[in-house]
Design a protein. Structure first.
Ligand code: KG4
Ligand code: ZN
Length: 354
């Protein structure tokens, strides 16, 4: 039985060590994390090279690849942590949102291991896990101070753009989200328009480095000061500009287009996040998800914010299993234990969590 109590995480006796499993999209990942912050291992097998030839994620290929990779990745995660399953207190596994064919691979693997080793399963929301990546220490960046509540969390990934008010651990109020494309999706689509590689975010960021962000004046969708986002108008504006330039026989100024597009996305994300932090009298700001790896976004929010800003180190911005085990710890402490019957929730919004 799924048993999510509303109890807040309390002090636990001894160390809680969780195995995390993540297969929601195109990364097959396993990790071992102690007490929600100490990473003993974090193994990610990316399928990016496989999907790059299709210019995006091919769902059937993704799930087949997860099946091939998941067990060796888990073994590697345990080995690197110098432990066996006997030393693990539970298995945190992504339940959603994500691709259903990919999610079931991780879930079924977790169920098999749980059954054979008498371990509890903790089904985790992938977006919640992105948030909890801010509590994880890494060799490159130790968390100096844990995020304080109330906090404004901006989750920007390939599938989601969510502005969330978090008043306590595991307590979320969704303020706004995208009405059309997610921020990462916009990066990926515009990269394709510009003839850049998949995934588009890093490719646009690189091209933008030597571009002029004032070369093109692309629209910012403020949506009457609501907390929602929209990136499809911006994408269409880039498309129209590209078509116009192509018909004029001029060389496409890819770097300027990339820089101008990136500036438009970053300005809206930063402005709305800061406005929400002021309005809801936040203590801190937290930014997570694949797009939070973007240097321009990181620099601007750090420069403009009067609030302490938490952004995970690069290795934890994109999908990984340490964040699943990290969020799993807080759910475990709140008493969540799931049974073998839990299924995938491909469209699981963070607002349904509490
Ligand atoms: O969180 P994530 O790894 O997977 C999902 O949960 O979707 O995010 C992947 C997204 C992709 O759309 C990718 O283009 C974008 O994050 N991304 C970036 C950067 N690195 C990854 N976007 C902008 N700048 C980056 N440096
Ligand atoms: Zn993600």
């Amino acid at each position: 039985m799924t048993d999510i109590t509303t109890q807040k995480p309390g002090p636990q006796e001894g160390t809680i060590r969780l195995l995390g499993i993540e297969t929601s999209c195109d990364e097959t990942a396993a990790a071992v994390v102690e007490d929600g912050n100490k990473m003993l291992s974090n193994i990610v097998a990316s399928q990016v090279d496989i999907h790059a030839q299709y210019g995006g994620i091919f769902p059937e290929v993704a799930s087949r690849q997860h099946v091939i990779t998941i067990y060796p990745i888990i073994e590697q995660a345990l080995q690197q942590a110098h432990i066996t399953l006997d030393d693990v207190d539970g298995i945190a596994v992504t339940r959603g949102p994500g691709l259903s064919g990919s999610l079931v691979v991780g879930l079924n693997t977790a169920k098999g291991i749980a059954l054979a080793n008498h371990l509890p399963i903790i089904g985790i929301n992938h977006l919640e896990a992105h948030i909890y990546s801010a509590w994880l220490d890494t060799p490159e960046q130790a968390v100096e101070r844990n995020p304080k509540f109330p906090l404004i969390a901006l989750i920007v990934s390939g599938g989601h753009t969510e502005l969330i008010l978090m008043t306590d651990h595991l307590t979320y109020q969704r303020l706004g989200s995208t009405l059309d494309d997610a921020a990462g999706e916009a990066f990926d689509k515009v990269a394709r328009l510009l003839g850049l590689d998949y995934p588009g975010g890093p490719a646009i960021e690189q091209a933008a480095e030597s571009g002029n962000e004032r070369a093109f004046s692309f629209p910012r969708a403020w949506l009457n000061d609501s907390w929602d986002f929209s990136f499809s108008g911006l994408k269409t504006a880039v498309l129209r500009t590209v078509r116009r330039l192509e018909s004029s026989d001029l060389l496409l100024p890819v770097n300027d287009l990339a820089a101008s597009f990136q500036a438009a996305v970053v300005e809206v994300l930063v402005t709305k996040t800061l406005r929400a932090a002021n309005e809801f009298e936040a203590e801190d700001i937290l930014i997570a998800g694949g797009v939070s790896a973007n240097q321009s976004l990181r620099q601007q929010i750090l420069e403009l914010s009067e609030f302490p800003v938490h952004i995970p180190p690069f290795s934890l911005c994109t999908d990984n299993a340490a964040m699943i085990a990290g969020a799993g710890y807080f759910r475990y402490c709140a008493g969540q234990r799931d049974g073998l019957e839990i299924d995938a929730l491909p469209n699981w919004p963070v607002s349904e969590l509490s």
